[in-house]
Ligand binder design. Structure first.
Ligand code: NAD
Length: 434
């Protein structure tokens, strides 16, 4: 099949590259000329394990190409995926659909013959209807179907998630589009990945319901962590104790500094807004958002408390900036709020992240960026683990102890054991453990 993908960011690029591995011909288009120039010269604009090999293999064999000419990409293909951003709209928190609608207008002008327009971006219920209306208005004679196919990949494990998904959700309103989508996902279908066909509005809501639920699960264990600290219980044991129950499941039960990233914060907000618009507020999600927002600054207060209640003029070393390991994505990372709160309290912030520093520099001012976990800790009053990169799991504690000014280790991801760290001569503070 000939497929084009409009928007070559995390989702567009991973989807496009994996579709070529499924045997399709793919053109990835983007309005960002520097991104396309990089891709055309063999550079991957994001950090995603395994992506570079797939992109280079399929670019070299001619099945994957990149262009800024979005209309040309659409003209040459039967199935067009929209994978543009849907950030929070400034001011009210609704999903900003302007990129989706701009893509729909471009597609409408360029489409030739029967075209399946597939929305892979995360969009509120009813967006497919509006995309259909825009295309019909722009090109009244167009022969097309609009499909919803939300993406569930996780950054850092995106290739694996795309090729071996728990399920593929497809929202269709007609048989022709259904047949086309079966063809797109044929290799996964043959692998027996569940392919769930539902109506378009249901498909759109499934994506938000999934992210809302996961955000709520994280927030639940974070609240349990706080309670554990008050009652002398251990949140990791609580998580294991409840997670072994199949009805609950063990994933997303790691207590930490609160969820962040490019999806959960904006998607929970958009879900809450949609529900309010329909006069059915989802209070669990509204509360989840409020708890999570407070939590990040609460983590900064934890660091301040470890430094005898005052960080003014003190050097705080931050390990990990991205919202999770194995990505360079800094969008809504908890580190941003934590660092800003510490700066507000007068701290001198030094930071190191294996992949996220270039992105972090665009968002965080007045931070000294360091080369590794040891240089960041030199002369520091506290070392704070914010992201659980593997590289931080086996730090040389005697080396750190020799170079730090005060021996405070605040582990917001619970990657160390208290007795191990205390034996090395540190004051150790973690999350939800006695
Ligand atoms: P991104 O910002 O990395 O990429 C979006 C790309 O679209 C950018 O490169 C931008 O230049 C391009 N673009 C915008 N308007 C365009 C237009 N009119 N024509 C062509 N290109 C255009 O975003 P992302 O993280 O890939 O997310 C895309 C969508 O997928 C969002 O709705 C997001 O919520 C959803 N999603 C993201 C993830 C994730 O982990 N990042 C996972 C699942 C779903």
């Amino acid at each position: 099949m000939k497929i084009s993908v409009i928007g070559s960011g995390y989702v567009g690029l991973v989807s496009g590259a994996c579709f070529t591995d499924f045997g399709h011909h793919v053109i990835c288009a983007d309005v960002d000329a520097s991104k396309i120039e990089a891709l055309n010269s063999g550079k991957i604009p994001i950090y995603e394990p395994g992506l570079e090999q797939i992109v280079s293999r399929n670019s070299n064999n001619g099945t994957l190409s990149f262009t800024t000419d979005v209309e040309a990409a659409v003209r040459e293909t039967d199935v067009v995926f929209i994978a543009v951003g849907t950030p929070s709209r400034r001011g009210d928190g609704h999903a900003d659909l302007s990129y989706v609608y701009a893509a729909a207008r471009t597609i409408a002008k360029a489409m030739k013959g029967y075209t399946v327009v597939v929305n892979k971006s995360t969009v509120p219920v009813g967006t497919g209807d509006e995309v259909e209306r825009i295309i019909r208005e722009t090109n009244p004679n167009a022969d097309f179907s609009v499909v919803s196919n939300p993406e569930f990949l996780r950054e850092g494990a995106a290739i694996e998630d795309f090729k071996r998904p728990d399920r593929i959700v497809v929202g269709v309103e007609d048989e022709r589009a259904k047949a086309a989508m079966e063809e797109v996902y044929r290799p996964l279908f043959l692998n027996q990945s569940p392919l769930l066909f539902v109506n378009r509005r249901t498909s759109e809501l499934i994506k938000y319901a999934a992210n809302g639920f996961l955000a709520m699960k994280i927030t639940f264990i974070n609240e349990m962590a706080d309670l554990c600290e008050s009652v002398g219980a251990n949140v990791q044991d609580v998580a294991r104790g409840i997670g072994l129950d199949n009805r609950i499941g063990s994933k997303f039960l790691n207590a930490g500094p609160g969820y962040g990233g490019s999806c959960f914060p904006k998607d929970t907000l958009a879900l809450a807004k949609t529900a309010q618009d329909y006069d059915h507020p989802v209070r669990l999600i509204e509360t989840t958002i409020a708890i999570n927002d407070n939590r990040k600054r609460a983590m900064a207060r934890r660091v301040i408390a470890a430094c005898d209640g005052d960080v003014r003029g003190k050097k705080i070393a931050i390990l990990g900036l991205t919202f999770k390991p194995n990505t360079d994505d800094m969008r809504d990372a908890p580190s941003i709020s934590i660092i800003q709160a510490l700066q507000d309290a007068g701290a001198d912030i030094h930071a190191y992240d294996p992949e996220g520093m270039e992105e972090a520099k665009k968002l965080l001012g007045n931070v000294t960026y360091c080369d590794n976990a040891y240089s960041v800790a030199e002369n520091a009053d506290a070392l704070v683990i914010v992201t659980e990169w593997d590289a931080f799991r086996a730090l040389d504690l005697s080396r750190l102890k020799a170079s730090m000014k005060s021996h405070n280790l605040i582990d917001l991801r619970n990657i160390y054991r208290k007795d191990y760290i205390e034996k090395a001569g540190f004051q150790y503070i973690s999350v939800g453990r006695p």
